[in-house]
Design a binder for this molecule. Sequence first.
Ligand code: SAM
Ligand code: SF4
Length: 366
Amino acid sequence: MKSVAEIIQQQGFSIEDLITLLSGSNEDQSILFSQAHKVRLKAVGNKVYFRGLVEFSNVCSKDCLYCGIRRSNTTVVRYNASDEEILEACMFAWRNRFGSVVLQSGELISAAFIRKVDKLLRKIKQLSNNELGITLSCGEQSIETYRRWFESGAHRYLLRIETSNRELYYKIHPMDKRHSFERRLEALQWLKEAGYQTGTGVMIGLPFQTIEDLAADLLFFKKIDIDMCGMGPYIEHEHTPLFQYRHLLSDKNDRFILAIKMIAALRLLMPDINIAAATALQAIDPVGREKGLMAGANVIMPNLTPCDYRKEYSLYENKPCLDEDAGLCRNCLEARIELAGSEIGYDEWGDSKHFSKRTANLKLPG
Ligand code: SAM
Ligand code: SF4
């Protein structure tokens, strides 16, 4: 069997190679992380890009079995931030020279919701002189809605596949039309067709998930040719159906390490994409996101959600930064990123280099 040190020198990776990378010992792990860091520096540089995260509504029509804000969780106080509150958070990002924001919410497909997002996009562009980049993360929508929002100023979209294993997908989602694996795949395709830099990702350490599943997830990202990825550890939430399987979970720290290994292995597999160090990493380790940066990630999403709403956007236990205001969060982040040896890409969109190459190829004649 090949060693981790041998595998990391390769250009391409088989599923067996990826399984070896994900299952390595402590020593192997250090080799993998340091190679991923080197590959990141070479392919996308030393900069880390900020995306100010605005979780603007926790109202959701879906019932994903792992998520704390699923429709059936009646213990959640539902909120819709007002346009003024959302714009204020976005302007905070702009004034503080974050290049972009991410607008995230539960999944709604009503005409009123679609109009609200559309209006916000136009307003953010107008108020920031077109300077703020906008990523959306509002779930599955029709291709017309994706196109409409793109026209109005969104240019990146995050839609995690959650797992690329269809069978596992239905263990963590209700088996019905509103939670269709095929529909999710189709939505990812539509996002590309509509012109977005398209991001996906998975949760790591889910009950019933194997190392083989995770290695296959990485190959899935490569196959559908994503531009960006956001993935992090699965963290249980008491008021969700998946909580009953918590005895099947590995230790939180093991899930954390596995998530960092996934980031590192993906950086080797797709050197020029953007990879986010997810907030869930920080829920397990206070400097978890910085560890992600040291192992291949190049994007961080500081939370700019108005403080009163944060505790109600509780996807999982111990979601970090619940009490910190946006300013404090920024200061602590800045220092920690510098400690991790990276530079912050202030005022930059930090677009996916992979996307530029992918779309340049599309434009070539013949
Ligand atoms: N509603 C949109 C969607 O599902 O695409 C966007 C918001 S949703 C809350 C964002 C992500 O949160 C999901 O894609 C999922 O991976 C993650 N998430 C939800 N519950 C989680 C949990 N218990 N542990 C870790 N991540 C979780
Ligand atoms: Fe809703 Fe997204 Fe949570 Fe699923 S993961 S319940 S779609 S907010």
